[in-house]
Design a protein around this ligand. Sequence first.
Ligand code: FES
Ligand code: FES
Length: 165
Amino acid sequence: MNKLQPIKVTVNGTVYERSVEPRLLLSDFIRHDLGLSGTHVGCEHGLCGACTILFDGESVRSCLIFAVQANGHEILTVESLGTPENMHPLQQAFTEKHALQCGFCTPGFLMSLVPFLEQHPDPTDEEIREAIDGNLCRCTGYQNMIGAVSLAAKKMAARQEELER
Ligand code: FES
Ligand code: FES
């Protein structure tokens, strides 16, 4: 049996201190130890993007990282984005544009797109296609997602204007 390793990690603004096996994947730590089941697990080898989270602000695949590697780092999962009453503009746009079908892949898409939209406030369709080409949707609902990301960019710009007024 592997010796447990103590880790301290900030997830969605809350600091968690836990002891974990060195072989535990970060995706499993998030889902099972922390109970944050919004991060989905598909392929478990870095291909599908369903497990995407933000790690110190960068989109990463949590199935390719061990939980011990998150020691001292900041993580954001899809649960950090919004609530049903107060959705992130990207979540609103996905809803309005019917950009989710079974929804299994959706958290991964959202967590890939949040930093993309911060860096590309007015993205072209081509840039959006590139941004999501590492995430797989088995329902092949990509066209609606492209419309949703454009709409989200407009919503975020409007929100920014409002804040600056
Ligand atoms: S579950 Fe991590 S990339 Fe597929
Ligand atoms: S919405 Fe079904 S896999 Fe993406």
